[in-house]
Design a protein around this ligand. Sequence first.
Ligand code: CDP
Length: 200
Amino acid sequence: MLIAIDGPAGAGKSTVARAVADALGYTYLDSGAMYRCVALAELRGAEDPLRCAIELDSGHVTLDGEDVTDDIRTPQVSARASEVAARPEVRRHLVKLQRDMIGHGDYVAEGRDIGTVVAPDAELKVFLTASPEARAQRRAAQTGADPAQVLAEQLERDERDSTREHSPLAPAGDALRLDTTGLSVDEVVGRIAQLVQAVR
Ligand code: CDP
């Protein structure tokens, strides 16, 4: 069983996907963390960032054995992640790793292209959205950053993610759209849980 949750920055994908995975006993896959790892490797001057070993394990992210769970969340890495994510060779490499992972067991996978490219056969596809202001507010509340600056950075990243040639951010034709503006995490998780019951 695979549940795909895609959407723009700050729509609540990570929090919701993790909660849904916990509720169902499924494994959570944060595909964005993998793009962030490639970006961090590049920012640190790695000769070939695609040869670095990326591991995702119960909430921790390691890059060549080093715990980079916090290091990959800086605004600098966010911006670089959306740049490296536009390159076809990076996408090819990471999509292959992601398909290998979700090939075994039950997963809740979140990102930008899970329902369109990584797993077009996913049993359930949800596209999470929220107003740009709500998305920036949430991320600013998480990090303590200035909401106006977060909004500007997110809009720039969304624009790049949505207009790139390869696997642009877009809902799959058969994805269910869920606008989370004004909804609590529990409400969103509850709605997705209902959708899961319907397809199980
Ligand atoms: O958490 P947030 O939504 O801010 O970002 P993320 O999911 O960690 O993804 C960081 C960046 O990686 C995005 O801006 C995309 O450019 C890229 N990404 C992607 O292209 N495809 C995915 N499946 C996941 C992330």
